[in-house]
Design a protein around this ligand. Sequence first.
Ligand SMILES: *[C@@H]1O[C@H](CO)[C@@H](O)[C@H](O)[C@H]1NC(C)=O
Ligand SMILES: *[C@@H]1O[C@H](CO)[C@@H](O)[C@H](O)[C@H]1NC(C)=O
Ligand SMILES: *[C@@H]1O[C@H](CO)[C@@H](O)[C@H](O)[C@H]1NC(C)=O
Ligand SMILES: *[C@@H]1O[C@H](CO)[C@@H](O)[C@H](O)[C@H]1NC(C)=O
Length: 641
Amino acid sequence: METKAKFYAGAVPVLLAIAWSIWGPNLGQFFPLMSTDDPSDTGNLKGHMQRFGEQAQNYGHITTLDFFPDPEVFYRDYVRKSVPLVVKGALKHWPAVQKWKNEDYLRERFGHSFFNVHWRNLSDENHPAYVDMPMTDFLDTYRKEKIYMDSTISPEMAEDLTFPGFVACEGLLKMLKQVAMFFNAGWSSTDIHLDVTETIFAQVVGGRHWILTTPRDGKYLYTDDFEPHNGISPVNQEAVDLTKFPDVSKIVIYNTTLEAGDIIYVPEGWFHQVRTKGGAPNIAVAVFINFLWCMWECPDSNDAEYIESCIKLREQKPTELECNIRMEDLTVREVLTKYPYLTPPAMEQWNEKEETDPFLLKSGYEMPMLGLGLGGMPHKDAQTAIPHALKVGYRLFDTDPEDESEAALGSILAQNPYCRREEVFIIVKVHPKHLGKDATKKSIERSLNRLKTDYIDLVLIKAPSCDTQGFECEADEKRGTWQESWEALEELNQTGTVRSIGVSNFKISQLKELLQKATVPVSVLQARFDLIKRNTKLRKFCTKHGIQFMAHSVLGFKWLDEGYPESNPFFDNPRVLTAARKYRTSPATVLLRYAMDRNITVVPKSSNPVHISVNKHAFYIDVDNDPSFMNDLDENFPHMN
Ligand SMILES: *[C@@H]1O[C@H](CO)[C@@H](O)[C@H](O)[C@H]1NC(C)=O
Ligand SMILES: *[C@@H]1O[C@H](CO)[C@@H](O)[C@H](O)[C@H]1NC(C)=O
Ligand SMILES: *[C@@H]1O[C@H](CO)[C@@H](O)[C@H](O)[C@H]1NC(C)=O
Ligand SMILES: *[C@@H]1O[C@H](CO)[C@@H](O)[C@H](O)[C@H]1NC(C)=O
């Protein structure tokens, strides 16, 4: 199910490439369209405005067996000759086919593992956002929301699978690219596309209708009439407009229906459109084989030339394959353990993903680059947000002493099953109303009690003074200064209560004064940063002095308080939306990644579990492969320095 989308060519984005095809660019509706009545003047066009396939004048035949041919035969007669094959009922003995229809089993066995999921309506209809989700969260959600699991299988899943008999040999598995799983509630319908691997697709639970066309019939799918040439047809598979795309009628249709336990082999280059059948759950497993490497071996070209090059490459391959070792009796996990050289890069880490390194503060402690902001969050929301964040891997929490966030965090951390206290980094603030030595110490004392902890990772003086724009204080003649508060923090550091100290909302002149006075290093400055207000001078100053810059208000909601018309200035912005679509993520995640790529720590506030998960995906979106959309934001988004 992987397309030739050039965007994803390269080292990392195996999962991205696979997923692309499921949510193609022309998939207009989430739920398949009903066929519309024929207008009279097109009444004799067979299948006009009906689903792809209904236009067929001619059908081809897909060879269908009820046993696996030997791998050597499969190679010689099918792979080498580009012939699709269906094997019916051959996987009935897979433990997966028996067990995976039971959601309790899925929950129990795979519940805590994380999988790649795409979520449909975070950026817009046609461009999914990626999110890492534990299986339990997916099962809780997938019947209600437009989510689709599309992921490398987990090691535990690999224990419930064997390689299908016709590929279970060393000769073929040496070309293994990935074993992936596709899981949804039974509503998916792909666009019409081709893959960049040999695809061996096994239906585990539920069914699927497959429609295939020969590679050369791709010319009737108009893929080259539109940029980009990525192997995806512009024809809407839900309602084929024959007045616009008359050649679709010329296509010879090869169709078949898979039930649980059936398997289809689709050679690289065959176009296909696939629709799930039956309700939830619908689960399939695909084995992708890198046989041709066509996308890498052939020069950049349009789809028609690409297909011809692939056909030629296939013809040049040896006519016979040596199988060497047979492995049909081993589970997939046993195969990859016993023959580690067969393990493809995509499966080496079994979905373990690298996060950006935590930042080493001047105090010598490490602080994660992304955390959850809790300030101003209602207690009830915090009760669900914090455990979810811990579960999906958040370890940095930014609290506010003026609301209930410390108490919420404290009570959850006191019985937190996800990690130890030492693994969590807690930020506490001192409100300017508590400036002065004693008041600051008392404020921190209260925070410690509410947090039920005996040390704080980072304390920030929230503002250098009271004001009327967010830091309102009651009149108090005895209130001290930030300089005195800083001394209090240094003392608390010496006594072991506070590990790192810093300030918020300080100007350069104030920081200069602080640096002259401080005997304990200033580890962090928290200040405003977003795409419009970039605070470049302040950030440069911080970098020069080894102070880590942490953004507040990075998602732009502060502009609303400041009278920005109607809505958040970023979430509907075309530049941000384009980047979100291209990186397959949400607008918020784009803004977070933009900041993180500038070494800025971010602590976005959210009480929505999905948003919390998607925000964390800022670590994983594939900016390196194509930074142009981030560069566009950097250069062209109207901004102040
Ligand atoms: C998806 O869209 C629906 C309808 O617009 C909305 O109610 C829901 O909150 C959205 N889901 C997410 C996760 O944003
Ligand atoms: C193929 O499509 C035709 C027309 O829709 C249908 O009659 C036939 O049953 C399909 N074959 C399979 C195996 O699904
Ligand atoms: C106090 O601060 C210093 C310098 O930032 C740091 O090295 C030390 O570990 C801190 N003390 C504690 C108890 O964490
Ligand atoms: C971010 O920090 C790292 C390590 O201190 C540094 O090497 C890198 O140049 C910084 N990047 C930016 C964009 O400032």
